[in-house]
Design a protein around this ligand. Structure first.
Ligand SMILES: Cc1cc2nc3c(=O)[nH]c(=O)nc-3n(C[C@H](O)[C@H](O)[C@H](O)COP(=O)(O)O)c2cc1C
Length: 214
């Protein structure tokens, strides 16, 4: 179905969605999300802006249990490959208890049981040429998920697993991978996020001049 009018299911006030959307990595494997909900979040993604309205974003919804399971194992491998590259960590015990990576490690261990995973791609072999027209759609998708009470988090993969991910899911090699978004009901809460104050991140008329609310 093509929605011309805003779907009533996404009626959450925009401010509520934006100000309570945080990375949800603890997904409830026992609470399903429906195909109709997935259609809604993809519909919201389709409304995003893109350069010259080229709409390059392409989404692959991993929905079958077997495929999510196989993908989850590759995601786990990819997550640890990134940590090995960056920090030299190879096992869970090396992740400090107070590290922001703790929850990400948990997601890596649990990705295989996510109710759904959406991968974002774009045509062409140069992801840097399409990224800026894909990520607005990804953010729309995640905000729509929030409005439906579905948690999500934007994640990436590692080059070492990419060929196997493409083979697993039948992705042709002339499209570029951009993002991996697991979806599920949160085992926890949506809530406020901690961000830098805008007075710190914003200049007024000339670089370095603070805004009037500084
Ligand atoms: C480009 C990008 C890549 C990210 N990669 C990962 C990732 O690989 N694994 C992960 O668990 N979270 C990943 N995140 C999620 C961020 O860690 C999260 O958005 C950030 O810490 C803010 O979290 P909060 O909204 O809960 O405050 C990524 C986010 C972005 C925008």
């Amino acid at each position: 179905m093509i929605h011309l009018d805003p779907p009533a299911e996404l009626a959450m006030p925009l401010a509520d969605a934006m100000f309570t959307q945080r990375a949800i990595r603890r997904l409830d494997p026992n609470q399903p999300i429906t195909d109709a909900e997935l259609e809604l979040v993809l519909d919201a993604a389709s409304k995003a802006p893109s350069g010259a309205n080229t709409q390059p974003a392409r989404f692959l919804v991993i929905r079958s249990r077997d495929a999510i399971d196989a993908f989850g194992r590759l995601y786990h491998e990819a997550w640890w490959a990134k940590r090995a590259d960056e920090l030299g960590w190879t096992v869970d015990q090396e992740v400090p208890a107070d590290s922001p990576y703790r929850m990400a490690a948990l997601l890596a261990a649990e990705m295989h049981q996510a109710p759904a995973v959406i991968l974002a791609f774009a045509p062409g072999r140069r992801p840097e040429a399409t990224a800026s027209s894909v990520f607005p759609a990804v953010q729309n998708l995640m905000l729509a998920a929030r409005a439906l009470g579905i948690g999500s988090v934007l994640t990436t993969l590692h080059p070492s697993v990419m060929e196997r991910v493409y083979t697993l899911l039948g992705v042709p090699d002339d499209v570029s991978f951009h993002a991996c978004i697991p979806l599920g009901r949160p085992r926890g809460r949506f809530g406020p996020t901690r961000r830098r104050p805008t007075a710190e991140t914003t200049s007024w008329n000339t670089w370095g001049t603070p805004p009037p609310w500084n």
